[in-house]
Design a protein around this ligand. Sequence first.
Ligand code: LMR
Length: 397
Amino acid sequence: PWANYEMAPLDPIIGLTEQYNQDSFPQKVIVGVGAYRDDGGKPYILPCVREAEDRLFKKHLDMEYSGIAGDANFVEESLKFGYGEDCVALQENRVQGVQALSGTGGLRVMGELLRKNGHRHIYVPNPTWGNHKAIFTNAGLEVKTYAYYDAESSSLDFDSLVKDLKDIPSGSAVLLHACAHNPTGMDPTMDQWKEISSICKERGLLPFFDMAYQGFASGCAATDAAALRMFVDEGHLVCTIQSFSKNFGLYGHRVGTLSVVGATEEEAQKVVSQLKLVIRPMYSNPPRHGARIVQTILSDPMLREDWEVQCAGMAARINTMRTVLRERLSAVGSSRNWNHITKQIGMFAFSGLSKEQVMKMREKHHVYCTLDGRISMAGVTSGNADYIAEAIHDVSK
Ligand code: LMR
């Protein structure tokens, strides 16, 4: 039965790690997938996560199925974390959600619900996270793009973005990266967000926030959620994905939340009831452990404070590495302008390297970044920054 099956290509992000693992070159470097590393290049488990795990272990909790919508206590804490405790819509119970399998799972479930309810397409920024297109296509939506980035100046192309948003058919869903845009690392300013909000209102668009880096971009959870919170304050009935992969370092535990803001509590509850209809035949119910960890941290003021410090520490190390990489690039003699490396925020530097340069860097220097030239700054360390800078310079001079 399998004779006609062809070997599928490797995933452009996760598949890169497979390629890297097979490389025996001693100085090889991976700056592909967005996963935080400490300065020694090792995965980092936040001490607050370890503490929460210890507490959970001592409780000897059961391992029963979760409900279809997941752990209600986790969802409640997660919504307060994302929307802010003072959010009026939240206080009026108009924000309702379900536990999701991190960002990807939540995006897929929401995509499917939108399609079931008459949406034919969704608009995403150009460029966007590599997986967005496949997620929404597989959910049955046609993926269209709006302008976002000017590669020439390595900055946000706000004029084109505004122009494109104004042309989007009313009622359409528009995916917005809440902070730390992946892959460009360039976010709109708060004034620009306000303009985007006005256009969404005029055009009757459905803002769909993908928030995968809350706390990770600026080091402050409230700052990184400011755009989402402003939209909700302005009365938008948004949907939102929150991922706890990066900010809590819970990558493999698949912890996230998918929520909507309704005009009334009942309206939001109806949407959640529909989300459950999508989830049940898809994966039945979400895993428990990671959600329990996040819930333990967010509901304990001391652990929450520890999280803030530890998450800010990750963001700070990345920012230091931005400066280091830029300095090393000029130290090795690169005359190109690398200012964007320190202007960008979040996990990635959108280097501007071409596909050919990326391939050359992989083949000649064994430095692995994605084909679009995105470098995971979380993989840059004091130990490998020189080597990476030399490799970048060699392929870009
Ligand atoms: C990334 O963009 O590297 C991360 O969001 C991980 C992933 O799943 O692609």
